[in-house]
Design a protein around this ligand. Structure first.
Ligand SMILES: NC(=O)c1ccc[n+]([C@@H]2O[C@H](COP(=O)([O-])OP(=O)(O)OC[C@H]3O[C@@H](n4cnc5c(N)ncnc54)[C@H](OP(=O)(O)O)[C@@H]3O)[C@@H](O)[C@H]2O)c1
Length: 237
């Protein structure tokens, strides 16, 4: 894959997707980001640095297959190709099973699992054409379970399983597939407000660096599942 490759990041209005977008823009990629809200996506895009013609905002709710198809079509219309999908959009809901609502369960599963499926389905033809790359952002919650995390754990175990099976489906077609499983990242996840207290956490741009390095690897090599954790988390009291 040569530059200028085109990247589509779902959920780039803030957090991990936003930091990864800026990192890849700095490295010369063309980057489209999405949000459920067009204004939020446009505002985020306006704050990126670098060439204006290399960035794009799209409105899409990953829970809606039609939205994802429209988003990919808009990217293809603007840049004529799509090389990399980063299926990042995700939400959390944490509560004991007794109080976990049906609404929260559906929101987490629809966004984190069906949303990834919708993004992959919408991008597949273009990514196969470019012999590109699909990356999903799972979580260490895709291997480690925690209390009050039934919905989130279920969703991230599913993303890991989905992505590994997808990798087996696509690697003979020269499409690479990787799932990244971060631990604590400084983001807005679960209504968190990032601050200097998050300095020990993985920063969104750190994941940008990992993704950039994945995209540079020799075509014969595929790290299909990557666990990423803070190097030195604070010791629990
Ligand atoms: N933060 C962590 O510690 C951590 C660790 C491991 C994995 N992750 C995973 O990393 C991914 C990104 O999360 P984050 O930490 O960056 O959280 P964040 O700061 O809350 O950002 C989430 C992003 O996803 C978007 N989004 C949410 N629902 C969406 C939908 N239905 N359609 C389209 N976009 C949607 C949000 O955009 P709008 O609200 O503007 O629509 C926002 O841009 C998630 O999959 C999360 O599970 C996070």
């Amino acid at each position: 894959m040569e530059n200028q490759q085109v990247v589509y990041i779902t959920g780039g209005s803030k957090g991990i997707g936003n930091g990864v977008a800026q990192y890849l823009l700095n490295k010369g990629f063309k980057v489209a980001i999405s949000s459920r809200n067009l204004k939020a996506a446009e505002e985020a895009v306006s704050k990126f640095t670098g060439s204006l013609s290399d960035r794009m905002a799209v409105q899409s709710d990953v829970r809606n297959p039609e939205d994802e198809i429209k988003a990919v079509n808009a990217i293809l219309k603007k840049w004529g190709r799509l090389d990399v999908l980063i299926a990042n959009a995700g939400v959390g809901a944490f509560a004991p099973i007794e109080s976990l609502s049906y609404e929260d369960w559906n929101s987490v599963i629809d966004t984190n699992v069906t949303g990834v499926f919708n993004s992959v389905k919408a991008s597949l033809d273009a990514i196969r054409k470019s012999k590109g790359y699909i990356i999903t952002i799972a979580s260490l919650a895709g291997i480690n379970f925690s209390p009050e995390s039934t919905a989130y754990n279920a969703s991230k175990f599913a993303v890991v399983g989905f992505t590994q099976a997808l990798m087996l489906d696509l690697r003979q077609q020269d499409v690479k597939v990787t799932t990244i499983m971060p631990g604590s990242v400084a983001s807005h996840f679960n209504n968190h407000i990032p601050s200097e207290k998050d300095a020990w956490k993985i920063q969104p741009e750190d994941l940008g660096e990992i993704i950039f390095n994945l995209l540079k690897l020799n075509p014969r090599v595929l790290p299909s599942k990557i666990e990423v954790r803070p190097a030195k988390p604070p010791l629990k009291a």
